[in-house]
Design a protein around this ligand. Structure first.
Ligand SMILES: [Zn+2]
Length: 140
């Protein structure tokens, strides 16, 4: 109820141009999207983990099935707005969404501050930060 009174005062002072510029920002709503119930979120996490496990088991026989499983897992994660654990995030390419298995499908290189995954399907890199104490000790 405070905003209408402010508008009235600003109009009264004759500052109409400023008012027209400011109002869109003031009226912009915050993200009011409600979260899903926690029970559903927990279930969704379990489903994503199970689907990725299935993708892993299927990958050796058929890559396409594994990619389909990745798509299913991503769709569930997006619906329930999950932040997937890093173990799962490294199992698929963030560019082409194909299932990755180091040695078969992607190349892994360890840098000083990050681990880079090179997807052999789309020839793109993914980088993950790592905070390993052993690496820090080796640096002179
Ligand atoms: Zn890729």
């Amino acid at each position: 109820m405070a905003s209408p009174s402010q508008q009235v005062t600003s109009v009264a002072s004759g500052d109409v141009m400023r008012l027209s510029v400011k109002t869109p920002q003031q009226s912009r709503k915050k993200n009011t999207y409600q979260r899903k119930p926690s029970a559903q979120v927990i279930l969704a996490h379990e489903m994503v983990a199970g689907i990725m496990r299935q993708a892993e088991s299927v990958f050796s026989s058929d890559k396409r099935f594994a990619d389909r499983y990745v798509g299913m897992a991503r769709r569930i994660a997006m619906k329930y707005r999950l932040r997937l654990p890093s173990g799962i995030r490294r199992k698929y390419c963030k560019h082409c969404h194909s299932f990755l298995r180091p040695g078969a499908n992607c190349r892994v290189r360890i840098g000083v501050k990050h681990i880079s995954y090179y997807c052999l399907e789309c020839k793109k890199f993914m980088r993950f930060v790592h905070k390993s104490k052993s690496v820090k000790k080796n640096i002179p």
